[in-house]
Design a binder for this molecule. Sequence first.
Ligand code: CU
Length: 166
Amino acid sequence: MKTQKYAFGNALILGLATLSLSSCQAEGLPSLPADTETPSDTASAAPVTTSCDLNFSRSGLCASVTFDSAPNSENENAFTLKFYSQVSGTPENGPFIDPTSTVSVKLWMPSMGHGSSPVTLTRSAEGTYRATRVFFVMPGDWEIRVLLKTGTTVVDQASLFFDHID
Ligand SMILES: [Cu+2]
């Protein structure tokens, strides 16, 4: 009886270890210390009143997206991307911080399964990037996907969805 219980316990622990290992490998993402370092009392002390256009949950970052003018499919569009801490930053005042990995932007049309290139991204200040040559090549639904990469590995990503761009 005792032996059986013990064996069951071991099997369970083994099962859990295998599960967490395989999920890590599947995503190919390193475990980030930010999640565990964030003290829960700090998060609850300050009410979260900021918007987070793009939520990079693995990096603890938000990014705001501000278009120069209303996005449309007729013309070239441009927008500014600003990164700030989910815990201590705001989209208005930052402080704006560079992600530790490389930032890139992809335009995607989810309903049709195609993208649009080229988008040109240029860092203009700390935590601040300008996206130009943004062409929504047809009216409809569009996604702005922002990728954080180390080499060719995507370490984090977030998307902003537009139901319809005219
Ligand atoms: Cu399309």
